[in-house]
Design a protein around this ligand. Sequence first.
Ligand SMILES: Cc1ncc(C[n+]2csc(CCOP(=O)(O)OP(=O)(O)O)c2C)c(N)n1
Length: 357
Amino acid sequence: MSTEAKRAPAQKQKEKGAPSNNGADAAPANKLAETTPAIRLELLHSMLLQRRFEERCAEAYALGKIGGFCHLYIGQEAISTGVMSMIRPDDYVITAYRDHGQALARGVSPRAVMAELFGRADGCSGGKGGSMHIFDAKTNFFGGHGIVGGHVPIAAGVGFAIKYRRGNQVCVCFFGEAAVNIGAFHEALNMASLWDLPVIFIIENNRYGMGTAISRSTANEDVLVRAQGYRMEGESVDGQDVFAVRDCMARATERARKEKRPTLIEMRTYRFMGHSMSDAVSGTYRTKDELEENMKRDPILLLHNRIFEGGELTEGDMHKLDDEAKAIAQDAWDFADASPEPALEKLYTDVYADTSS
Ligand SMILES: Cc1ncc(C[n+]2csc(CCOP(=O)(O)OP(=O)(O)O)c2C)c(N)n1
């Protein structure tokens, strides 16, 4: 197997909910021309839902309904949507703290995500995890982790469990580019390659770790070379293009399921909001011009334009989709607002797993 890293050119829920993957067991069509209009609309819906949902998160945070840390995913939605649309319901997903959009794209209930953000009992982590710890066993969504790079070895562990049980699932692990300098990342990639684990490691390279540009933190900015260091296949793709994301995921999932080999993917993206809700939109570490330039490549706009040009989407359809996304976000807000706070005695539950049986 070549170790050359490649650089590509630049469950629907009854409750108002997030889109499922395409239901695909067999590799789903990935390129624009191969997708059906229904799939294209579903991709657009998924991205719009994340955007409208998180806009409400920002509002709820300002109103004090959400406390603690809160990192928005706005601008990066083509990655979550593209990746989730190419994996199966029995696959596993694990991520860092910028996790709301990924959870929604995976099919976690928007109500349960918003209730978690509001710290309420009906939240997917019982209201005790908050924004950085979205977790949902039903959809194999294993968090939501706050320590940069800390979850990457857990992904290798999930990969090992799949192999041990002779399954053919994959484990997808998302993290930011700052995590590639963390020791745990290197240990996990080494073991995943050495032991042939079906893990897809995805670097969401938005170019900044909090307020630090990659050029100021990373000796070799070409993060993909780390794949070669561990004899792993690697690819770099345009993370603003949902079809590019799907295309490379098609190869990575095939490699994981058939060859039982891991992949490292760099998805180049940009976050439109600050690092977290405590950081101004633009900050002092990047210029307004840079932000505006990148916002021209809004992933939702790109997808909208591509299918609009194809003549299969009218402005009316777009408004309808958008209204639906807004209604789901409102429904989630109302649900979360009505949910009670966790009972005091729950403070000591879910702290340790019972492994005795
Ligand atoms: C081990 C560790 N060090 C530092 C922090 C503080 N911290 C939180 S987010 C962050 C930046 C991480 O950036 P990146 O991994 O690129 O992800 P992004 O926020 O861009 O999605 C840092 C340094 C942390 N949470 N964990």
